[in-house]
Design a protein around this ligand. Structure first.
Ligand code: AMP
Length: 398
């Protein structure tokens, strides 16, 4: 498997006068046809502006929602074209179809610096099947292909992967940054490398733990998944989340960490609640003293200090998953403490996915992080050490 760090980027192409097909992630949040967050459109601007400034003929495409392989006006890209026009300050032409007559005609007529947006790629039934016929049609629209949709890079679809079989292919700035930070942390991290994993399920993160245990200096496990590890150590965990069939594996992971000299930290104390309920009664208890009938819903104050200490001198921190039920005020402090510790450290900080990224945004720490990943599922698969098809398909630098 070739290194993702060696993939061609948009700047390696001579784009002047060329038609460049760019797979973007315009899968924006919409309500009744109105865009409620344009964050993803804004994030795609650097690549698009680079192409406009360098006289390319720009053809953009993306999926939006799950229209199931047929035209559905509810999932039309038209609102995206309108917002993009406002943001770029130029007209963005909108095709009536994905690779049909309208797309072909408009693409052929593009002038340098002009921008065309195709309809939702998932209107085509071949898209999610990575149908070579559809991939060829995408390729027939352009001279060069740029993938900038990291959020879809773990999916081998026609517009994310297949099209790269028929055109010279490079990544845009968004994917380049993901590769630089996540790939960099995995392949050549500034040490010590500290990984913090949380969230509900061990089973969701096993692949990540297995991969990172070979790379990290310190591995921290918090959140609901930590209780399976505590159980493996023989602790009494009351009604806390438990994956019975993962206890043995949890033990193996901790043994492996020990054998490799990797520090493996799990909570030493917890905020436990009487019920799984936002306003339930709660108290702090040590990890070997969770009473019957209570459940761990957040890490405790000693654990907050321990985790923050581990982050303080880190060279690189990778964080994925909350330390507790952070949606609930009374059980958010562990996640806030970890976010604060990362924000205050000088480490290269990489935040993967949904809840941890949301916590960072909410606390106003986004500017203090080196990298907040734009793809939850994709970043997890990347951290698992899997090759992402949307990146693997791109050409290597010469
Ligand atoms: P994930 O999607 O795997 O990152 O998990 C996020 C979810 O884990 C959030 O909805 C949290 O409420 C939940 N979670 C975190 N810690 C706990 C816990 N101790 N008990 C139950 N759920 C938890």
């Amino acid at each position: 498997m070739s290194s993702a760090l060696n993939k061609m980027s948009v700047e390696d192409f001579d784009v002047s006068g060329k038609k460049v097909l760019v797979r973007c992630d315009f899968n924006v949040k919409m309500e009744n046809g109105v865009i409620t967050s344009d964050k993803r459109i804004v994030a795609s601007l650097p690549t698009i502006k680079y192409l406009i400034d360098n006289k390319a003929k720009v053809i953009l495409c993306s999926h939006l929602g799950r229209p199931k392989g047929e035209f559905n006006p509810e999932f039309s890209m038209k609102p995206v074209a309108a917002r993009l026009s406002e943001l770029l300050g130029i007209e963005v032409k909108m095709a009536e179809d994905v690779v049909g007559e309208s797309a072909q005609t408009l693409a052929a007529g593009l002038k340098e610096g002009e921008v065309l947006l195709l309809e939702n790629v998932r209107f085509e039934p071949g898209e999610t099947k990575n149908d070579p016929e559809l991939s060829k049609k995408f390729a027939s629209l352009a001279d060069l292909y740029v993938n900038d949709a990291f959020g879809s890079a773990h999916r081998a679809h026609s517009s994310t992967t297949g099209v790269a079989d028929y055109l010279p292919a490079a990544c845009g700035y968004l994917i380049q940054k993901e590769i630089q930070f996540i790939g960099g942390a995995l392949e050549n991290p500034k040490r010590p490398l500290v990984a913090i994993l949380g969230g509900a399920k061990v089973s969701d993160k096993i692949g990540v733990i297995t991969n990172l245990i070979d790379k990290c200096d310190t591995l921290i496990v918090g959140g609901g998944m930590a209780y399976t590890f505590m159980k493996a150590l023989g602790h009494h965990i009351g009604n806390s989340l438990l994956e019975e069939d993962k206890i043995e594996l949890a033990k193996e992971m901790m043994d492996k960490a020990k054998a490799k000299g990797v520090k493996f930290l799990i909570p030493v104390d917890n905020k436990v609640g009487k019920e799984y309920n936002e306003n339930t009664e709660y108290m702090d208890v040590n990890s070997d003293e969770i009473p019957d009938g209570w459940m761990g819903l957040d890490i405790g104050p000693e654990t907050q200090k321990m985790f923050a200490d581990a982050v303080k001198d880190a060279g690189t921190v990778i964080w994925n998953g909350p330390m507790g039920v952070s949606e609930w005020k009374n059980f958010a402090s562990g996640t806030i403490a970890v976010a604060t510790a990362i924000a205050n450290s000088n480490a290269i900080s990489i935040i993967g996915g949904g809840d941890s990224a949301a916590a960072i945004q909410k606390l106003g720490f986004a500017d203090k992080m080196s990298h907040i990943s734009t793809g939850g599922g994709a970043s997890l698969e990347y951290l698992e050490g899997k090759e992402l098809p949307g990146i693997a398909a791109l050409n290597d630098k010469k």
